[in-house]
Design a protein around this ligand. Structure first.
Ligand code: PHE
Length: 469
C-alpha cells in the first residue's frame, strides 16, 4: 500500500537526531533517572547506565533504525515485509505506543495544570512559597477531587500533540523540535544552576555523583537496563518509524551515539536539578519518592524553599521546571502518536489527515476513563484488576510485558532470522565498512537478548512478589 516515493523524509541528519532525541528525552529522564541514581549507587549507576547504553542500547537502536530505513515502513508493515511470520513484532511495536497514548496525555495534563498554577502565582506575585503539604493537597484535589479539570488539562495536552502530528513530519515535528529541544536544554541548565546555588548543594552533589559501592548490586544493573530501554524509546516502534523517514546518506551509528548522548545529558542534568535540593531540604527520605510523587508533590515543596540573594525563587524555578517537563513530555507524546499514525497510513493506505484524525479520536476517547479514573475519589472509581486502575494497567502492559517482549523478539529476529549482516549492509550504505560489525553481531545475537530476557524475568518475579526490587 505504501508509496515509498511519497514517504515523509527528515530534512537532514540533525532533524532526525533531534526528533529521535526528543522522543528519548521524556518523563523517564526527569522523574525516574535521578531517583534510580540516588537509590542504586550514585556515580556507579551513571557509569553502568552509560555502559549499557553504548552497548546494548546502541545495538537495539541501530537494529530498529536500520529496519525502518531499509523497508521505508513503520513497524506494523516493516517486519511483515521482511518476513511475514515475524509480523508479531510489528504488532507488539504498535501495541506499546497505542497503550502509552491512552494515558500519556493524562500525565501531560497534570503538567499543564502545574504550569498554569505557577504562571498564576507569578502573575499574582504570591507572597508565600509553596510547601509540600500544599502541593500534596493541590495534586490530590486536582486528580481525585471529582472535577472535570484533569480532563480539560489532558485535552489541552492531547490537542497540542495532535496538532503537531497533523501538521506533518517537517512542518510539525521538525519545526517544533527545533524550538523545543534547545529551549529544553537551556531550561535544564537554568534550573540546575538554581538548585546548585542552594545551601548544602555540595553534599547533595556528592550524594549524586560519588560512586557508592555499598549500594551496588545486581539490582543496579537490572534497573539501569530497564530505564535505558524506556528512556531511549526502544521497542516501541518509534525508532523504526523515525528510521523510515531517514535519508540513506546519513550515518546510523553516528546518529545513534548523538541521540544517546543527548538523552544521557538531560538525564544527568535532571539529577543535578533534583538531587541536591531534595537532599538538602527533605533529606535522604525525600529521595525515596519517584514518578508523580516526586514531580508533583516533593519538588514543588522543595522549589518553595529555594532562595537566591535572600529572595524566594520557588515560583520561577517551578515555572521553568514544568515548562521543561512540558516540552519533554510533548515531544515524546508526538513520537508515539506519529508511530501509530504512520502504521495506520502504511497499512490502510490513508493520508496523514485521515489517519491522524482516527488516532486523535482514539486518544480523546481513551483519555476520558484514564483521566477520570485516576484517583479513587474521581468521577468514576474503577479498578480493572485488584489494585490496578486502567492507567496503571496500560502502563504495566506496555512497559513490563509488550516492550520487553518486542525488544527480545527484535533481537532474535535481527540476530538469527535475517542475521546481523542484513543490518550491517544497511549501515554500510553510508559507512562503506562498519567497523563495529563483529562486536555488533555478538551483541545482537547473544548479549542483548540475554539482557532483555533478564529484565523480563525480573519484572515477572517482582510482580509475583517473589523477589523484592
Ligand atoms: N523516552 C521516553 C521517556 O523517557 C519514553 C517515552 C517515549 C514515553 C515516548 C512515551 C512516549 O519518558
Amino acid at each position: 500500500m505504501n508509496d515509498s516515493s511519497a514517504r515523509d523524509k527528515w530534512s537532514g541528519r540533525m532533524a532526525f537526531v533531534m526528533a529521535a532525541a526528543a522522543s528519548a528525552v521524556g518523563l523517564g529522564n526527569i522523574w525516574r533517572f535521578p531517583y534510580l541514581a540516588a537509590k542504586y549507587g550514585g556515580g556507579i549507576f551513571l557509569f553502568v547506565y552509560v555502559a549499557l547504553a553504548v552497548t546494548i542500547g546502541f545495538t537495539l537502536m541501530t537494529v530498529e533504525i536500520a529496519i525502518g530505513r531499509r523497508t521505508k515502513l513503520s513497524p506494523l508493515d516493516a517486519y511483515k515485509s521482511i518476513a511475514p511470520k515475524w509480523q508479531i513484532i510489528g504488532w507488539l511495536g504498535m501495541a506499546v505506543p497505542a497503550l502509552i497514548i491512552a494515558y500519556y496525555s493524562v500525565i501531560g495534563g497534570w503538567i499543564v495544570k502545574f504550569l498554569a498554577f505557577y504562571a498564576k502565582r507569578l502573575l499574582e506575585a504570591s507572597p508565600c512559597p509553596v510547601t509540600v503539604a500544599e502541593s500534596k493537597a493541590l495534586f490530590s484535589d486536582f486528580t481525585g477531587g471529582g472535577s472535570l479539570q484533569p480532563l480539560a488539562c489532558s485535552a489541552v495536552f492531547a490537542f497540542c500533540t495532535a496538532v503537531l502530528v497533523l501538521l506533518g513530519v517537517r512542518r510539525g515535528i521538525e519545526k517544533s523540535n527545533k524550538i523545543a529541544m534547545p529551549l529544553l536544554l537551556v531550561l535544564c541548565v537554568a534550573v540546575a544552576a538554581m538548585s546548585l546555588c542552594q545551601p548544602g548543594a555540595a553534599e547533595g552533589l556528592a550524594y549524586y555523583l560519588k560512586p557508592d559501592f555499598s549500594k551496588f548490586s545486581w539490582k543496579t544493573v537490572v534497573w539501569a537496563l530497564g530505564q535505558m530501554f524506556f528512556s531511549l524509546s526502544l521497542a516501541m516502534g518509534i525508532m523504526v518509524t523515525y528510521g523510515s523517514y531517514m535519508r540513506k546518506e546519513d550515518s546510523i551509528p553516528k546518529c545513534v551515539f548523538r541521540i544517546e548522548f543527548f538523552d544521557a545529558l538531560v538525564a544527568f542534568l535532571a539529577g543535578l536539578m533534583i538531587i541536591p535540593p531534595v537532599f538538602t531540604f527533605l533529606g535522604e527520605e525525600g529521595l525515596k519518592s519517584e514518578g508523580p510523587g516526586l514531580m508533583f508533590i516533593s519538588l514543588p515543596g522543595v522549589f518553595g524553599k529555594m532562595t537566591l540573594f535572600g529572595a524566594s525563587i520557588g515560583d520561577v524555578a517551578g515555572l521553568l521546571f514544568f515548562a521543561l517537563a512540558f516540552f519533554a513530555a510533548l515531544t515524546s507524546s508526538v513520537s508515539i502518536m506519529e508511530t501509530v499514525v504512520s502504521s495506520l497510513r502504511d497499512r490502510l493506505g490513508l493520508g496523514r489527515t485521515a489517519a491522524g484524525m482516527i488516532v486523535t479520536i482514539y486518544m480523546f476517547v481513551t483519555l476520558v476513563p484514564n483521566s477520570l479514573c485516576f484517583a479513587n475519589g474521581g468521577v468514576f472509581s474503577c479498578e480493572i484488576l485488584p489494585g490496578m486502575r486502567l492507567l496503571d494497567f496500560c502502563d504495566f502492559a506496555a512497559n513490563n510485558i509488550f516492550m520487553p517482549l518486542c525488544a527480545f523478539l527484535t533481537c532474535v529476529f535481527a540476530g538469527w532470522c535475517i542475521g546481523p549482516n542484513w543490518i550491517v549492509r544497511e549501515i554500510g550504505i553510508r559507512e562503506g565498512r562498519f567497523r563495529l560489525a563483529r562486536p555488533f553481531a555478538f551483541m545482537v545475537k547473544y548479549a542483548a537478548p540475554a539482557a532483555i530476557a533478564l529484565i523480563f524475568t525480573f519484572y515477572i518475579l517482582k510482580e509475583l512478589k517473589i523477589v523484592e526490587m
